[in-house]
Structures are given as structure tokens and as C-alpha cells.
Design a protein around this ligand. Structure first.
Ligand code: AP5
Length: 207
């Protein structure tokens, strides 16, 4: 498939979890604004310092910061054949900016009801060495590495509620934007991880 793919969905929908298989089957690099921002926070850059408070509160980081990050990322050579956007765009201004700098061929919306989101987020654990995402109940980590797992600062119930309201208020309107463009496909994210992956693989074959 030529062009870029957007992986879309509420917090905890499984975007990061599904990204690995998509990268493997399409060869497109994953561009996750959440991961880029967390790296900037960890490095203590000016951008990271500016983004930190918004992220910990569960609010969206201002569009100007995000659009600048993406513009810079797309200048790298590995982005020439299209990328897999994960967690971007999240607002209409971000989608408008993206339209000017990339060709989007498919938007995959992972649909998960709000009731399932809090349990997913609160139980998520990350392996800082590999970046692998686990869940205490749905995807337990091997016992050997359990001692090194960490929990994201914004993975608490209060921040999740704010993230969900940002999603419903600012991000979900993008679904009609991409549906009108004829490039939106939805998958049922409220089933086992492998079943979601199968639905996504089928979409990739069709498009
Ligand atoms: P970001 O890192 O993008 O967070 P998010 O969108 O809230 O998404 P998550 O990473 O929480 O969830 P995910 O869909 O990747 O789910 P995962 O696969 O991990 O953004 C963080 C913050 O950065 C934002 O709040 C904002 O402040 C800022 N930001 C980032 N991008 C921005 C932008 N474009 N504009 C403005 N601000 C921006 O899965 C979650 C858990 O569920 C895991 O434990 C996993 O094991 C489990 N799981 C996955 N699939 C299943 C399944 N099918 N069944 C059961 N469990 C499952």
C-alpha cells in the first residue's frame, strides 16, 4: 500500500499493541506522538518540559508542538514510503496540517467502549528495556521481567477520565472527517488481541 496509515482510537484501544504487526506486514515505520513526547520528557528537552504537565493531566498537548514534531519526523528518510501514525492526528487542526504534508491511504479506527478503557489503562505495564506493552490481566509479562515493569504516570483513573473526555470532545470528530474522505475503516477492538489483529490484517489485504 502506498501512502501512510493512521491508527485511530481512544486511549487504551490497543493502538500500540497492534502497531508491531502492522509495521511488520507493511514495512512502514511507526510514528507515535505519545512515544515521541515521552522520550522528550525523559530527555528533559524544552519540548518535553512543556508537554509534561499536559500529559500527566491527561490533556492534549498544544497542536503547534505536535505538528512541529511530525513535520520534523517526516523529513527523515525512512518516512519516504509512508508511515504508520499512532495517536496522531487527534484534532481537526492536526488533520488539516497532516493533509498538507502526507498522503493518507487508510485510517483504522479501533472501537472500544469507555467501560473497557479504564481497566485496560490502569492494568497496563511497560517494559522500559524493550518498550513492550503488557497488561496484568489481559497480557501478563513473563515472570522473569516482571520486576522491571513500569506504569505510565498518566495511567491512573483520574487522568484516564480526562483523556477519554479529550478523545470524545476533540478527537472522535475526526472519524466523520475521514469517513467523508472514504478512507475510514473500523475494527472491533473489544475482543481478544489476536482477534483484533486478524481484523486489521484483513483490512490491510483489502486495501
Ligand atoms: P498516547 O501515548 O498516544 O496515549 P493514548 O492515545 O492515550 O493511547 P495509549 O497509549 O494509552 O493506548 P493504546 O491505544 O496505544 O493502547 P495499548 O496498546 O497500550 O498519548 C499520551 C499523551 O500524550 C496524551 O494524553 C497527550 O497528552 C499526548 N499526546 C500524544 N499524541 C498527541 C497528539 N497527537 N496531540 C496532542 N497530544 C498528544 O493498550 C492498552 C492496554 O490494554 C495494554 O495494557 C494492553 O496490553 C491492553 N490491551 C490492548 N489490546 C487489548 C485487547 N484487545 N483486549 C484486552 N486488553 C488489551
Amino acid at each position: 500500500m502506498s501512502g501512510s496509515i493512521v491508527l485511530f482510537g481512544p486511549p487504551g484501544a490497543g493502538k500500540g499493541t497492534q502497531a508491531d504487526a502492522i509495521v511488520e506486514s507493511t514495512g512502514k515505520p511507526q510514528v507515535s506522538t505519545g512515544d515521541m513526547l515521552r522520550a522528550a520528557v525523559a530527555q528533559g528537552t524544552d519540548l518535553g518540559m512543556e508537554a509534561k504537565g499536559y500529559m500527566e493531566a491527561g490533556e492534549l498537548v498544544p497542536d503547534s508542538i505536535i505538528i512541529g514534531l511530525i513535520e520534523e519526523r517526516l523529513t527523515q528518510t525512512d518516512a519516504a514510503g509512508g508511515v504508520l501514525f499512532d495517536g496522531f492526528p487527534r484534532t481537526i487542526p492536526q488533520a488539516e496540517a497532516l493533509e498538507k504534508i502526507a498522503d493518507i491511504s487508510l485510517v483504522i479506527s479501533i472501537e472500544v467502549p469507555d467501560e473497557s478503557i479504564v481497566e485496560r489503562i490502569v492494568g497496563r505495564r511497560m517494559d522500559p528495556e524493550t518498550g513492550q506493552i503488557y497488561h496484568v490481566k489481559f497480557k501478563p509479562a513473563p515472570e522473569l521481567i516482571q520486576g522491571r515493569l513500569v506504569q505510565r504516570k498518566d495511567d491512573n483513573e483520574e487522568a484516564v477520565r480526562t483523556r477519554l473526555s479529550a478523545y470524545h470532545g476533540q478527537t472522535s470528530p475526526l472519524k466523520s472527517w475521514y469517513s467523508e474522505a472514504g478512507i475510514l475503516s473500523s475494527v472491533n477492538g473489544n475482543q481478544a488481541i489476536a482477534a483484533v489483529q486478524e481484523e486489521i490484517s484483513a483490512l490491510l489485504v483489502q486495501s
